[in-house]
Design a protein around this ligand. Structure first.
Ligand SMILES: [Fe+2]
Length: 254
């Protein structure tokens, strides 16, 4: 089983949520790894990255992270232009890594560009690189791409907010190579969407767009509680919300 966290936004984190996630990890013997789909920090500061790293280490599980738009400097123009990923890479290494566990093959994808404030972007080269990774992935493992901005957002609530322009092209390519789904954050909103249906893809299986809310930040949107997801080895997604009074995450519907 996989723990899917997102939008931790260290700098605005709630200690009660951090403690509850530690407890959840301690009590869940099936967990194989933790994924964080971006926005590890609030303002890409050294101290925020350090606190995030210490928290992830305290979970005592392998983890895979990708950058979010909050993980590059916003106000410091020089750093944003010339050294956007210095702190991120200093703490977590290259932005696109692969993590293989007993049941999962997890592939990080960096959608963050210094020229965009919040919008996601992926290049043709990244689509091709992901093709190679998918071709090498073991057939018996669930293949998931981890990328900050969603490839689909519900039109009524979010419009076409910040989705990468090349999403459909990428999905057509990766779907043919057995991709099961994508893990996102960014909107502080939870949801699971069938991209094969929504994009009318020429792919035989459903590709799932799995959105996680903010697991630990007090920057909540539209009264949604702090939350995270788990994904089982068979691909079942469960959603957990933070109960403020009890100080624990409880399973809830999506
Ligand atoms: Fe974001």
């Amino acid at each position: 089983m996989l723990l899917h966290l997102s939008d931790l936004h260290f700098g605005t984190e709630k200690k009660s949520c951090l403690d509850a996630i530690r407890l959840f990890c301690k009590q869940s013997s099936e967990l194989e790894a933790v994924v964080v789909s971006g926005d590890l920090t609030q303002r890409a500061k050294f101290a925020e990255f350090l606190a995030c790293k210490q928290f992830l280490k305290s979970l005592h599980l392998p983890y895979l992270v990708v950058p979010g738009n909050h993980d590059i400097p916003l106000y410091h123009v020089w750093k944003r232009v010339f050294y956007p990923f210095t702190f991120y890479e200093g703490f977590f290494g290259p932005a696109e890594q692969v993590l293989e566990t007993k049941n999962f093959y997890l592939m990080g994808l960096n959608s963050i560009r210094r020229r965009h404030h919040t919008k996601g972007d992926i290049s043709f080269a990244q689509i091709e690189q992901m093709n190679h990774k998918l071709k090498k992935a073991p057939a018996n493992k669930l293949k998931l791409v981890v990328v900050h901005q969603p490839f689909y957002t519900p039109r009524k609530s979010h419009g076409w907010k910040d989705c990468p322009k090349q999403a459909k092209l990428a999905l057509e390519r990766w779907g043919g190579l057995g991709l099961f789904g994508l893990l996102h954050g960014h909107l502080h909103h939870t949801g699971v969407y069938n991209l094969t249906q929504l994009f009318d893809l020429n792919v035989t299986q459903p590709i799932w767009d799995i959105h996680a809310g903010t697991a630990t930040s007090w920057r909540l949107r539209k009264n949604q509680p702090n939350s995270f997801n788990t994904i089982s080895a068979t691909g079942e997604v469960k959603h957990y919300s933070f109960h403020e009074l009890k100080g624990v995450y409880l399973e809830t519907g999506l």
